[in-house]
Design a protein around this ligand. Structure first.
Ligand code: FE2
Ligand code: FE2
Length: 264
C-alpha cells in the first residue's frame, strides 16, 4: 500500500502501478471486480489495471488499492470474526457510497470527493482493528455501552483508554495515509464546529445515514446526527430517502463483487 501511494504521489505511470500490483494477484483481481461493479457505473468492461487508471484516473485507482488492501489486511480467524468483518464491510461500503453522493450534491472538488469516498470506506478502521485483534475485550466494551447506555466511543475510552477514532488515526499515520484522510478518520464521530473541514462532516453524515439504512456497524446502537453536520446537510426527509435508496443500490452490487454473500 505504501509503495502504491508513493508511486501515485510521484505521478508514476499507470504501468508502474500495475507492475507493483503484479506481486499481489488476488488484490489486483479484487480491484478489477470492484471497478467493473455498478459502484462505478462504467459502460465498458475494464480488463486491466492500466485501463482502469486511464478510465477512472490515477487518484481513484490509488484510493481503491489503498482501501481494498487495508481492509483485507485484517484476516478473520473465526466464523464470529468473519461475521463481524462482513457487517463492517457493508457499513463501510454504504458509508462510502453515501458520502460520495453527498459530495456530488454539495459540489465538492474531485479531490475532496475522492477523500470522502475513501474516508467512508476507512473511517471505522480503528474499530475493525479492535474487533479483529481484541475481540473479547471489544465485546465487553460493547456490552458496557449497552448496559450503561453510553455511546460505544465512551465505553472504548473507559475500557481501552482510547476510542476507535484515535486508534484509526494512529493506524492511518503508521500506514502513511494522506493527512486529510487521517483527519477524517480522527474526526468522523464529531462533535463539530463551524470550522470543521467539510469532508469530515460528509463522512459523519454518511455514517449516520448508512446505519439508518440498516447498514450499521457491529454495534446495535443508534446515534443522532451531529446538529452542525445535519444543518450543513440540509435535506428534506424525502431527499434523504432518495439518497439512501441510491446508496443502497450501489452497495448491493459492490458487496457481491467483493466476494461477500448477499447482504443479510
Ligand atoms: Fe465510527
Ligand atoms: Fe461508522
Amino acid at each position: 500500500v505504501v509503495r502504491v501511494l508513493q508511486e501515485a504521489d510521484s505521478d508514476a505511470a499507470a504501468v508502474q502501478i500495475e507492475s507493483l500490483l503484479k506481486t499481489d494477484q488476488a488484490l489486483a483481481a479484487k480491484i478489477l471486480r470492484v471497478v467493473n461493479s455498478a459502484y462505478y457505473g462504467l459502460s465498458c468492461h475494464v480488463s486491466s489495471l492500466s485501463q482502469a487508471v486511464i478510465i477512472l484516473g490515477l487518484p481513484q485507482v490509488r484510493n481503491l488499492v489503498l482501501s481494498v488492501s487495508a481492509l483485507s489486511m485484517m484476516k478473520a480467524r473465526t466464523p464470529r470474526q468473519r461475521d463481524i468483518q462482513r457487517l463492517f464491510w457493508r457499513h463501510a461500503l454504504a458509508s462510502s457510497a453515501t458520502a460520495q453522493i453527498i459530495a456530488q450534491q454539495k459540489r465538492f472538488s474531485s479531490s475532496d470527493e475522492e477523500l470522502v469516498f475513501i474516508g467512508g470506506l476507512l473511517h471505522d478502521i480503528g474499530r475493525l482493528f479492535l474487533f479483529t485483534n481484541f475481540t473479547d475485550t471489544y465485546q465487553e466494551a460493547v456490552r458496557y455501552a449497552e448496559q450503561a447506555a453510553v455511546p460505544v466511543e465512551v465505553a472504548e475510552q473507559r475500557l481501552l483508554g482510547m476510542d476507535h477514532t484515535e486508534i484509526g488515526f494512529e493506524l492511518a499515520n503508521m500506514w502513511h495515509f494522506p493527512a486529510p484522510l487521517a483527519q477524517v478518520i480522527k474526526m468522523h464521530e464529531g462533535p463539530f464546529t463551524g470550522e470543521t473541514p467539510l469532508p469530515a462532516l460528509a463522512v459523519h453524515v454518511a455514517d449516520r445515514l448508512a446505519r439508518e439504512s440498516g447498514h450499521g456497524e457491529t454495534v446495535p446502537q443508534t446515534y443522532d446526527m451531529d446538529p452542525v453536520a445535519s444543518r450543513w446537510l440540509n435535506l428534506s426527509d424525502d431527499d434523504l430517502l432518495v439518497l439512501m435508496a441510491d446508496a443502497d443500490e450501489r452497495v448491493r452490487d459492490v458487496f457481491q463483487s467483493l466476494g461477500f454473500a448477499q447482504a443479510a
